[in-house]
Design a protein around this ligand. Structure first.
Ligand code: ATP
Length: 697
């Protein structure tokens, strides 16, 4: 049977390789000109960075009209010089594409070379028949050696489409089999069934045809093992990075797949059968599949491009045993290691915790930084002399981030969090240091009708992704998260990051805070500092060279009495409900275990839940407390602090309205900072007096 090669017969151009596509009907001449530099209106800022034309088109679709500084710095060294890269830049600065674009570029080049090396360069129409056969043979060889590709790909995709798929998997498929509009250019259209396009290197090629808005250069010769491997520390991040790279690879035909734990292994195996060129993975699931002998991963050491994203986190002791094994396997062959191009990125890559100030000589700090990099280089297997590009600021955080703090007791933390959420609505991400804390806050803030969502490592993966999606969709959303959400997540327009507990490490502070103020936008980070947090707070301030204390977040204390009443009631309900359900849960567990072991359970072991009457009484109490809380919550917090009614002269009841500016937490902090700068003494006196008054009250 003659294979239909139309969608596989593509041309690609780079600075050094110019191609001619020959068909029985038409011969297209291409001039020697760099396709990457091909003119796309409004995208001139990318000129000179060797970005492939197809990627430029995708960037134009995304409205990324200019590179970010890290992209502008990395691309020439990665693409033109093919150097290994160690890249450090602030959070939200576009590091994903700083390695994503070079990957796509190199894969396109690699595939072009492969296609060009196929020993069929016949151009003469008379020779077409024989060349057709040899090309076909090469092509079929690819298909046979790489299990389940080519035509089989389509069948599998059709098969998989019948099943219920995750959104991400559905997207995988749509990218793998580009729709007609995407894949058919005028030139490819002229290839009819049974006709074959041939690629030949020529001089003086004319690229003007690239200007039209058709899909120009998909390269779809199947590969035998992944060409690029991107390793990410969390599943959400892996999925996000896959989507990000896919968005810029959409005109290239390059397939990107995510291999992460917590989602169906079967589906991921099917995706691997389609031989995606780029795999974005978490180390655990990837290692599992390699060990199980998944064929496409059986030669993972062949991978030509390796990215270790969030490298300092991946390298943290005890975090990723699988990562060490993976790197060992990938680097086992010295020759292959040397051929590979490796990228290592993070916002805190060069960040080292300084020692005590008096011993902090500059030399010592440099040594520590170098040590950190050397350690990474050794473990990951970078080649000698990688290009180190460090654009991080001394302060660690991004310049568009405004920081503030609230000092309080442990007991008061809930009040201030509720205060912030009620008075400053906006998409808010709250970080805690423990899952237990998230559970408690989830319960209290659900009772307070703040509709919180949670995200931590003990949740089912599907629920984690669903909660992220719901948070992203709600511009007043509240997400309570552990540090699993601290790194890399690019949730649009997070206005506030609240550290309910100060993180233990400076790196986590930088990454957590970096979920806001991304891509040159402004954002606010507030630390709620209890007595237990002061040590960590000082450590962070010192490490980030922030000699000045952070400004206090401006709190309008008149609302606090009402806030306290509400929060205390919610806590009371939570304690009652939680204690009871915990006891009940323990009893159920004992009973189930005894049944399974077929032993008689000693009643003494069970918690006393009271008799039926007591249980009914307990339920009634909880119900009454909830009704009381609901009644409180139905009233506006802004009015409750006003005692009595305030009729205006016209006899109308005055409504108390906070302006947009009052509600804007970021503006309030900035305004306060400004006024402090203008009259520091006056302000300090004022706040001193106010504090004194509050204490007296
Ligand atoms: N050239 C560009 N122009 C405009 N926006 C861009 C550009 N490149 C990337 N972005 C956008 O900037 C945001 C941040 O990018 P990215 O997630 O890659 O940041 P990052 O540096 O990896 O952050 P983190 O350190 O938190 O992981 C994303 O929404 C991305 O789409």
């Amino acid at each position: 049977m003659r294979r239909r090669l139309t969608e596989n017969s593509r041309i690609y151009t780079t600075k050094h390789v110019c191609c001619e596509l020959t068909t029985p009907q038409k011969k297209i001449k291409l001039t020697a000109q760099d396709a990457a530099e091909d003119f796309i209106q409004g995208m001139e800022s990318w000129n000179g960075l060797n970005v492939p034309h197809e990627v430029l088109r995708a960037l134009r679709d995304l409205k990324f009209t200019e590179p970010t500084p890290i992209q502008a710095q990395v691309l020439p060294h990665a693409i033109r010089d093919r150097l290994d890269i160690i890249g450090a830049a602030e959070t939200g600065s576009g590091k994903t594409l700083a390695f994503g674009i070079p990957l796509i570029h190199s894969i396109l080049q690699y595939k072009t070379r492969e296609a060009r090396d196929i020993p069929n360069t016949a151009l003469d129409e008379d020779e077409l028949q024989s060349s057709d056969e040899s090309f076909k043979e090469e092509y079929e060889e690819f298909n046979v050696s790489a299990e389940g590709q080519g035509e089989e790909r389509k069948e599998e995709i059709a098969e998989d489409n019948d099943e219920e798929l995750d959104t991400d998997e559905r997207e995988d498929i749509s990218n793998e089999m580009p729709d007609d509009e995407e894949s058919d250019s005028d030139e490819t259209n002229i290839l009819q069934e049974g006709e074959i396009g041939l690629v030949k290197v020529i001089d003086n090629a004319d690229f003007t045809w690239l200007d039209n808005d058709h899909d120009s250069a998909k390269v779809t010769l199947p590969n035998r093992s992944p060409l690029a491997l991107v390793l990410e520390p969390t599943r959400e991040l892996a999925i996000q990075v896959r989507d990000h790279i896919k968005a810029v690879a959409k005109y290239t035909g390059i397939q990107v797949a995510a291999i992460v734990g917590g989602l169906s292994q079967q589906k991921q195996l099917r995706i691997l059968k389609r031989c995606p060129e780029i795999i974005v993975a978490t180390p655990g699931r990837l290692w599992e599949l390699i060990q199980e002998g998944e064929p496409y991963l059986s030669q993972v050491e062949e991978v030509r491009y390796l990215v270790v994203d969030e490298a300092d986190r991946m390298e943290e002791k005890g975090h990723f045993e699988e990562l060490s094994k993976l790197l060992e396997l990938i680097n086992v062959d010295e020759k292959k290691r040397k051929q590979r191009q490796t990228f290592v990125f993070s916002a805190t890559l060069t960040m080292v915790l300084p020692g005590p100030r008096r011993v902090m000589k500059k030399k010592r700090q440099n040594m520590a930084e170098n040590q950190k990099l050397e350690m990474l280089m050794g473990n990951i297997g970078l080649k000698e002399r990688p290009k180190v590009i460090d654009l991080t600021l001394k302060t660690g955080t991004v310049s568009t981030l405004t920081e503030a703090k609230i000092n309080c007791t442990v007991e008061e933390k809930d009040y201030y969090l509720y205060y912030f959420l009620k008075l400053h609505p906006g998409r808010t991400l709250v970080f805690t240091n423990s899952k237990d804390c998230i559970r408690r806050l989830m319960s209290i803030f659900t009772l307070l009708k703040c509709q919180p969502l949670s995200l931590h490592a003990d949740m089912h993966q599907r629920q984690r992704l669903k909660n992220l999606e719901r948070f992203t969709a709600n511009d007043k959303g509240l997400l309570l998260a552990s540090d699993v959400a601290a790194r890399g997540l690019d949730i649009p327009n997070v206005q506030h990051v609240i550290h309910y507990q100060v993180p233990h490490t400076v790196e986590n502070y930088v990454h957590r805070s970096g979920r806001t103020a991304r891509a040159s936008k402004e954002g606010l980070s507030v630390m709620i500092i209890g007595p237990d947090d002061t040590k960590n707070y000082r450590k962070i301030m010192h490490a980030l060279n922030k000699d000045d204390d952070l400004p206090m977040f401006p709190v309008e204390h008149q609302y606090m009495p009402e806030i306290k009443v509400r929060v205390c009631l919610a806590r009371q309900i939570d304690t009652k409900e939680y204690r009871f359900s915990k006891k009940k849960h323990q009893n159920n567990w004992f009973e189930k275990a005894a049944k399974e072991m077929d032993i008689e359970l000693d009643e003494e072991l069970l918690n006393d839940l009271g008799d039926t009457q007591e249980q009914t009484q307990h339920k009634l109490e909880v119900k009454q407390l909830k009704a009381a809380l609901d009644s409180m919550l139905s009233k506006s917090l802004m009015l409750t602090h006003l005692s009595g009614r305030y009729p205006t002269k016209m006899g109308k009841l005055q409504t108390f309205q906070r302006t947009q500016d009052d509600q804007d937490a970021l503006k309030r902090v900035k305004k306060q900072k400004l006024s402090h700068k203008q009259s520091p003494l006056m302000d300090r006196n004022k706040s001193h007096k106010r504090n004194k008054k509050n204490k007296q009250k």
